[in-house]
Design a protein. Structure first.
Length: 335
């Protein structure tokens, strides 16, 4: 996949459009829990989600989340939490897998003469949130391509090492698919993910208390009243009614569906998103994006109100970021 074509060659290391209209947060190593919040180890056993119907989408916040329509989903199983660094490390140890962010970038992917490409954009790396020095409304001011950033070093080569029980980040679609194949699972569809996340509850636009999100004015002030500055370990916030952790907030979660703004009102029975020919991401035109769901620890009321099951954005499948992860689904209980 072309993983760096969305960078601005004029701005050098500034990101242009890669993380779309609503990812923000405080940076630097290591989540620190407040004294009031206790994190538990939720276990890895997949949860059975009985098939049924639900109202998919939300019409009152962002246009690409509607229209709302009744949707049917078959029974499936889903991980109780995001894939963690511990789990991904087991996969890497067993297979010697090397992720996209750990590989040099092919200059041909930019489609311009090599002498026009900043040298740092050809080094292995990924997109890392970096707080701006002053208040800003431009996401190019707080996202940077950091050589040496990857799942092992989520904040870059000078930051902390990965924490075993935090969600793995800095993965591209091929990395996620490789892990899924090794594990005997698959990436959930958008409908499956939203059905499991909503857990029978009506849609809301309120900032949830039991989710890792941004408190304060993004990106200038992070009050950390939820106990975390960055990504939280899984199990630090209460599960939803299905027993699933972090379905909103913490990290965005990639789904199998290709992205197109809005839902097809006629596609109601186990929908799997648009075809490749019909897919389109206006923030990343020219190539297909995957749908990511649920917002991240960077979402705040003043900038990113996507800490909701219906939230959806396009995600470049060829590049990772410091606030994007995933979890697996299964057609039967994994053994």
């Amino acid at each position: 996949m072309i993983r760096l074509r969305q960078f601005s060659l004029v701005a050098g290391s500034a990101i242009a459009l890669v993380l779309a209209a609503c990812q923000p947060a405080d940076s630097q190593p290591g989540a620190q829990a407040s004294a009031e919040r206790t994190c538990t180890a939720p276990g890895d056993t997949a949860v059975r989600i009985a098939g049924g119907t639900f109202l998919m989408g939300q019409a009152d916040i962002y246009a690409e989340e509607g229209p709302v329509r009744e949707t049917r989903v078959d029974t499936f199983w889903i991980d109780p939490h995001e894939v963690t660094n511990r789990q991904f490390a087991e996969f890497v140890a067993a297979t010697n897998y090397v992720t996209i962010a750990e590989k040099p970038v092919d200059p041909a992917m930019f489609g311009v003469p090599a002498d026009q490409i900043p040298a740092e954009l050809l080094l292995p790396g990924s997109a890392v949130f970096t707080p701006p020095e002053r208040p800003s409304n431009s996401y190019a001011d707080w996202w940077k391509y950091v050589p040496g950033a990857n799942w092992r070093k989520p904040y870059g080569p000078d930051g902390a090492d990965f924490q075993p029980d935090e969600p793995v980040v800095h993965l591209g679609w091929d990395d996620m698919a490789a892990y899924a194949a090794w594990k005997g699972g698959r990436i959930p569809t958008e409908a499956e993910w939203e059905f499991a996340a909503s857990a029978g509850q009506p849609a809301s636009s309120d900032q949830p208390e039991e989710a890792n999100s941004w408190q304060g004015v993004f990106p200038a002030v992070n009050q950390e009243t939820d106990g975390f500055k960055d990504i939280a370990p899984v199990g630090c916030f209460a599960p939803n009614a299905n027993g699933l952790y972090d379905m909103v907030g913490n990290v965005w979660e990639v789904t199998a569906d290709l992205f197109r703004p809005g839902h097809d009102p006629a596609d109601r029975d186990n929908p799997r998103g648009p075809s490749e020919n019909a897919a389109y991401d206006p923030l990343n035109p020219g190539f297909t994006s995957r749908v990511m769901k649920g917002g991240s620890y960077l979402c705040a009321p003043n900038y990113c109100q996507r800490y909701r099951p219906a939230a959806r954005q396009g995600r470049d499948p060829g590049m990772g970021a410091s606030n994007v992860g995933f979890r697996l689904a299964y057609d039967s209980m994994p053994g």
